[in-house]
Design a protein. Structure first.
Length: 340
């Protein structure tokens, strides 16, 4: 039975873990495993963690091993997807100009492909997920940072060198906080999880009225407030937490206004932990978006939650292995737009 099911092995490389899974050509994740990542060891230590995850995934689904046609690797950047080289990701200091796909190909005798994690997740969503049927898909993952990817007619848009669509580092306020990238007012520095937590802590420390519930969730310690606590307090009806998330949603609307004016995608998809939380603010973001774009038809662009969630890296890695082809047709796009 296994030999009749074409499949790919998707690998999600992170700073603390490597996840890997067997994914069918239809985007179904058949099995998955997770191993620790030694990102601060040698380049050999880092590669050993990746190979251990691949070995474990193959053994975990050994009956289907003969069907695995290729290995796709999803990794933080910067990297060179064309050459398969991991350049120097801050989260993966073990690697500098590391020829990842070459190493994996030699170890497992299978074709290997590599791309930025947000690009890979965007491709999976465009082919199998919330973006299926759309010609242009803008994907944003909101979590510890903010990453983005753009898929046009089933192809990742890489730009000249592979470094395009660094959406998290689009500045919306040059008087804003300094981002880890060095720029001022990047959307990542204003709407990623740590930024939301920082803004909440500052307001709690300032003694603003209504902070009591959030402070209680943090055990009375303002420095222990997290973005997850802000979300939990808001879901419990807390107005103080709601005001923090409303400000975050407004930042996102300003940012998306720029994205729409520049790219006018057919669909915008949010992934990641913060993305899931902020998807509950889609109605507010859509209303605010009209104030921050000159596009009179921006309201027609759907805002959607990603399909794959925490498995986006596995699905994205597998999607990199698929033969390149358009994921939709003009007719499909017209039908989708007309239905809105």
């Amino acid at each position: 039975m296994g030999a009749k099911v074409p499949a790919y092995l998707g690998v999600d490389i992170g700073g603390t873990k490597v996840a890997a899974g067997i994914v069918t050509a239809n985007g179904e994740i058949l099995s998955k495993v997770r191993v620790p990542m030694n990102s601060r060891g040698s380049e050999t230590d880092g590669l050993a963690a990746v190979s251990a995850a691949i070995d474990a995934a193959l053994k975990n689904d050994s009956k289907r091993r003969a069907t695995v046609a290729a290995i796709g690797l999803s990794s933080p950047g910067p990297l060179d997807p064309r050459k398969g080289i991991v350049i120097n990701p801050p989260n993966l200091p073990c690697w500098h100009n590391f020829a990842m796909t070459e190493k994996i190909h030699k170890m497992f005798h299978l074709p290997a492909k590599l791309d930025n994690d947000a690009n890979a997740a965007a491709l999976a969503e465009a082919i199998w997920g919330a973006g299926k049927g759309y010609e242009s898909v803008f994907y944003a993952t909101l979590g510890t940072g903010i990453g983005a990817g753009l898929v046009l007619e089933g192809r990742i848009y890489h730009g000249r060198t592979g470094a395009a669509i660094e959406g998290g580092h689009v500045s919306i306020d040059f008087h804003g906080p300094r981002c880890a990238c060095g720029k001022l007012g990047c959307i990542e520095a204003l709407a990623a999880g740590p930024a939301v937590a920082k803004r909440a802590r500052e307001r709690v420390l300032a003694g603003e009225p209504g902070r009591e519930k959030l402070l209680a969730l943090a055990g009375g310690r303002p420095d222990a407030v997290t973005a997850e606590m802000v979300g939990a307090a808001w879901r419990g009806g807390d107005k103080f937490a709601a005001s923090i998330l409303e400000e975050t949603a407004r930042f996102l609307a300003i940012w998306l206004g720029t994205i729409v004016d520049l790219l006018e995608p057919d669909v915008i998809i949010f992934g990641g932990g913060m993305g899931e939380l902020m998807s509950e603010w889609f109605a507010f973001i859509r209303k605010e978006l009209s104030l921050w774009t000159i596009n009179s038809r921006a309201s027609e662009i759907p805002l959607m939650r990603a399909r794959y969630g925490e498995d986006s890296g596995i699905a994205g890695g597998a999607a990199l292995c698929l033969p390149v082809k358009s994921s939709s047709s003009t007719a499909a796009k017209t039908r989708r737009r007309g239905a809105r």
